[in-house]
Design a protein around this ligand. Structure first.
Ligand code: CA
Length: 227
């Protein structure tokens, strides 16, 4: 598995390259955005670890450019755990985030998780039953009919779909979509779930978004009708 690291801090870049190589990956490191984008477009990588704050060209614009032609999974490194950064990255098509400073073990866990998901992904379209999400074109359809989603609703549905079958606690949803911590009021999660569910599941069978009492939410196709 080949990984490209785009990171202008030499200390972090060298540390990541060394650590990932020792973990069994083949890792390349480039220190500026322009070379990062060029390398990402011309070489074949299984994953790109992309710093947001870069000289020359920042992580946002690199991802924006890259997504026009490539779907290489991207793990963003953000300087701080910022709600705006996360949502922006997710909307641009990032696969995951890690706020600095991070733990190397955590980084490797995220990398492995993204690579596992990526292996089953052969296009930018996620599909569960007759629900389809075109990530590149940011378009959702159910039974062939277009579903109009706000940015937050899209982010939420995308999270549920790319982790389909996995029960996601409200705290996970909150941290992935809103960057709220565990103790935050998660009613906002329930509210947006209700809106997405109305758009996705109302008047259509089978229901795909399910509440798992006391645990969270899961998107999956079930044989039996949901409660
Ligand atoms: Ca940086």
């Amino acid at each position: 598995m080949r990984i490209l690291i785009v990171e202008d801090e030499a200390k972090t870049g060298i540390y990541l390259r060394k650590g990932l190589n020792e973990t069994g990956f083949v890792a390349d490191w480039v220190a500026d955005g322009v070379s990062g984008l060029h390398q990402a477009q011309t070489e074949d990588y299984d994953l790109i670890i992309l710093d947001v704050m870069l000289p020359g060209q920042d992580g946002w614009s690199i991802l924006h450019e890259l997504r026009k032609t490539r779907l290489t999974p991207v793990l963003f490194l953000t300087a701080r755990d910022d709600v705006g950064d996360r949502v922006k990255g997710l909307e641009l098509g990032a696969d995951d985030y890690l706020a600095k400073p991070f733990d190397f073990v955590e980084l490797v866990a995220r990398v492995r998780s993204i690579l596992r998901r990526g292996q089953s992904r052969d296009s930018s379209t996620l599909k569960v039953a007759d629900l389809e999400l075109d990530v590149t074109r940011r378009k959702a359809t159910r039974h062939g009919k277009t579903i109009l989603l706000t940015a937050k609703e899209f982010a939420l549905l995308w999270l549920l779909m790319r982790r389909q079958g996995e029960i996601l606690p409200r705290s996970t949803i909150a941290s992935q979509v809103w960057d709220m911590n565990f103790n935050s009021d998660t009613n906002v999660v329930d509210a947006v779930i209700r809106r997405v569910r109305a758009k996705v599941d109302d008047d259509v069978e089978p229901k795909l978004i399910h509440t798992v009492r006391g645990m969270g939410y899961v998107l999956e196709e079930r044989a039996r009708p949901s409660e």
